[in-house]
Ligand binder design. Structure first.
Ligand code: EPU
Length: 337
C-alpha cells in the first residue's frame, strides 16, 4: 500500500522522539509502488532519506526533501540442506521479530542480536553487532533498488564493504540504494557464541544452553543495561568504539591499567568508548533536557523536550573531554540528518 504525505510528522520514526516533519513522506509495501514514485518528475533531484525505524538517526530539524520508508515484508526459506538454510527476509520486517522467528525455527547465527531496535533492511547498513556477533557474518547478499539508476540488483556480501558498523550503504551508496530484502545463511548445526561479557553468567539461570536461552539471556542483559527507547528516548550507542593502533593502546594502558581493549584488524585494537566517557565523569550526567545514561555511558538520552541541537552540543562536549583526557577522537555512530 502506498502512503504519500506532505509535511508529515515523523516523531514515531525516530527513537529520540524529536518532533520533526518530512516535507514529503512516502511508504510502500510493494516493489512496483516504489517505481511509481521514483519516476515522478516532482521528486527528481530532491534531497532524499531512506528511513527504517529511525533507531540510529538524529534529526537536527525538519527534513526538507523526500523521506522513503520501505515496508516490504515476508520471511521465506529459499534453500535448505543438512547444515543450513538460506532465508530471505523483507527489508521492512522488524529486526527483533525476525530474530525470534529464526530462534523459534531452531536456526542459529543471529540470536545474539536479539532486541536490537530497527528493521531488517537497516541491519546491513550499519552492520549491527552485539555480544560477539555481527550481522555481516550471516548475510549472503542483499537485494537493492538503486534510485539513481532505477534498477534492482543483488549485492553479494563481498561487495557490501562490511566493517565495524560500516558498509557501502552508509557511505558511497548512502540514500541511493534501498535494501528491499536480505538473504541470510543460518545454521542448523548450531555454533553458540557465549564468551562475550556476562552471557555465560546469565545462562546459569537456565537449565540448558540453547538458542532460546541464549536469546533470553541477551534480552535480560540488554534490559538491565540499555534504556527502552519507548520509555526513555535514545538511539543506542551514540558513538563507535574507537579503533587505535596497538602501540597507542599500549601507551594508554601504562597510564590506565583497567583500560578495556578488544581485538580488531591486524595492528589495531578497539577501545571501549563507554569506559572512556565514564572516566571523564559523564555517566549519569544531565544537561538540560538530555544526558548520558546512568547504566551505559555510550548512550545519550532525551529526557523529554530536547532537540537534535541539544544532543549534538552534549556530544561535542563529551568528544572534547575524551580527547583532552585520552587523546582519542570519538566518532558518532548515529546518523546526523
Ligand atoms: N563500560 C564502562 N562504562 C560504561 C559502559 C561500558 O566502563 O558506561 C565498559 C564495560 O565495563 C566493558 C566495556 O566498556 O568493559 C564494553 O562495554 P559493553 O560490553 O557494555 O559494550 P560496548 O562496547 O559499550 C558495544 C556495542 C553495543 C552492544 C554491546 C554489546 C558499539 C558502539 N556498541 O557496546 O551496541 O550492544 O557492545 O555487545 O559497538 C549499539 O550499537 O547501538 C549498541 C548498543
Amino acid at each position: 500500500m502506498i502512503l504519500l504525505r506532505e509535511n508529515y510528522p515523523i516523531r514515531h520514526l525516530n527513537t529520540f522522539g524529536f518532533d520533526v516533519k518530512a516535507r514529503y513522506f512516502f511508504s510502500y509495501t510493494k516493489r512496483s509502488e516504489l517505481l511509481q514514485i521514483i519516476l515522478a518528475s516532482k521528486y527528481t533531484g530532491m534531497n532524499r532519506l531512506i528511513l527504517g525505524a529511525g533507531s540510529n538517526v538524529l534529526f537536527t530539524g525538519d527534513f526538507n526533501g523526500l523521506v522513503i520508508h520501505p515496508g516490504i515484508k515476508g520471511i521465506q526459506v529459499i534453500y535448505e540442506d543438512a547444515d543450513c538454510v538460506h532465508v530471505k527476509a523483507g527489508g521492512g520486517e522488524n529486526w527483533d521479530e525476525f530474530v525470534r522467528w529464526t530462534v523459534d525455527n531452531n536456526f542459529s547465527g543471529i540470536e545474539n542480536l536479539s532486541l536490537i531496535p530497527g528493521t531488517v533492511g537497516a541491519a546491513p547498513v550499519q552492520n549491527i553487532g552485539a555480544y560477539g556477533m555481527e550481522v555481516s557474518n550471516s548475510i549472503i547478499s542483499t537485494e537493492v533498488f538503486d534510485i539513481d539508476r532505477k534498477t534492482r540488483s543483488i549485492t553479494d556480501n563481498s561487495e557490501c564493504g562490511f566493517g565495524y558498523r560500516e558498509s557501502v550503504f552508509k557511505s558511497e551508496l548512502k540514500n541511493r540504494c534501498i535494501i528491499e530484502s536480505v538473504i541470510f545463511r543460518l545454521e542448523k548445526k548450531h555454533r553458540f557464541v557465549i564468551s562475550y561479557g556476562n552471557i555465560k553468567e546469565e545462562l546459569k539461570n537456565f537449565p540448558q544452553v540453547d538458542l532460546q536461552t541464549i536469546r533470553q539471556s541477551v534480552i535480560n542483559i540488554r534490559n538491565s543495561k540499555l534504556p527502552d527507547p519507548v520509555k526513555l528516548p535514545n538511539a543506542g550507542s551514540f558513538f563507535k568504539n574507537p579503533v587505535v593502533t596497538v602501540e597507542f593502546a599500549k601507551s594508554l594502558k601504562m597510564k590506565y591499567e583497567n583500560l578495556p581493549v578488544y581485538p580488531s584488524t591486524p595492528g589495531y585494537v578497539k577501545l571501549a568508548a563507554g569506559w572512556l566517557i565514564e572516566q571523564c565523569g559523564w555517566k549519569g550526567k544531565r544537561t538540560g533536557h538530555c544526558g548520558v545514561h546512568k547504566n551505559q555511558a555510550l548512550i545519550l538520552v532525551n529526557y523529554g523536550g530536547a532537540n537534535g541541537k541539544d544532543l549534538l552540543q552534549l556530544a561535542d562536549k563529551i568528544m572534547d573531554s575524551v580527547f583532552d583526557t585520552f587523546g582519542v577522537r570519538l566518532e558518532m555512530e548515529v546518523n546526523v540528518i
